[in-house]
Write a protein that binds this ligand. Structure first.
Ligand SMILES: Nc1nc2c(ncn2[C@@H]2O[C@H](COP(=O)(O)OP(=O)(O)OP(=O)(O)O)[C@@H](O)[C@H]2O)c(=O)[nH]1
Ligand SMILES: [Mg+2]
Length: 196
């Protein structure tokens, strides 16, 4: 698929702000700093559409990006960011929970994990949550440029084993060198077509 248009639409800070306009949504979740915002920028071919930073916890709201005037990429705040206080964390958990469970427009949740690291308990909790609620998801293993290309299948297999998932559930990508990006765009396209 070719992305010809990508624009920031709005940010939700609470449940009331969540968008429900009938257009399909693809959500990006994962630990702070795993590369959610960078991946959105890479997919749409714009360097600074979603704000990125090496300081974790930058994305604090549910940010909507309208793609080709047809569907949304939705950048969710990262989990596991220690500096937020307890009350904030609770609010966020409930906004994200509502977003994921009360969303008829949600097509697929992309769960981002760093290809080089073992999944954390929070990653596993998120995956269990999605399975429990029968929400379609795909694991995206990020920062594939950080290991040798020949080692990528092996690292993906290890991640699949850790998560007790089939290896086809995992796609390795790099926002740095574009590895796996076309394949992910193909997935988005077929996912959109399947729903027509
Ligand atoms: N080498 C490499 N670095 C990456 C890649 N993707 C992201 N990064 C870097 O990782 C850091 C975090 O990236 P972000 O995209 O801001 O991460 P995020 O998941 O949106 O983080 P929060 O908004 O804090 O939840 C930045 O310094 C990026 O440059 C990648 O594919 N390869
Ligand atoms: Mg971000």
């Amino acid at each position: 698929m070719k992305i010809t248009q990508a624009e920031y639409t709005t940010s939700a800070v609470d449940q009331k702000g969540l968008v429900d306009d009938g257009k399909c949504q693809f959500a990006f979740v994962g630990r702070s700093n795993v590369g959610k915002s960078s991946l959105i920028n890479c997919l749409v071919g714009k360097k600074r559409l979603a704000k990125t930073s090496s300081t974790p916890g930058l994305t604090k709201m549910v940010n909507y990006f309208l793609i080709n005037n047809q569907f949304y990429f939705v950048d969710l705040p990262g989990y596991g960011y220690a500096k937020t206080n307890h009350a904030n964390k609770k609010t966020w958990a409930s906004v994200i929970e509502t977003y994921l469970t009360c969303n008829q427009n949600l097509r697929t949740v992309f769960v981002l994990l760093d290809l080089r690291h073992n999944p954390t308990q929070l990653d596993k909790d998120m995956i269990n949550f999605l399975v429990f609620h029968s929400i379609p998801f795909k694991i995206i293993a990020t920062k594939a440029d950080k290991i040798a290309k020949s080692k990528i299948p092996q690292a993906s297999a290890k991640l699949a084993k850790e998560l007790a998932l089939r290896q086809e559930m995992i796609s390795a990508v790099s926002s740095e060198n574009g590895y796996g990006i076309d394949k992910l765009l193909e997935f988005v396209e077929s996912n959109l077509e399947a729903g027509l």
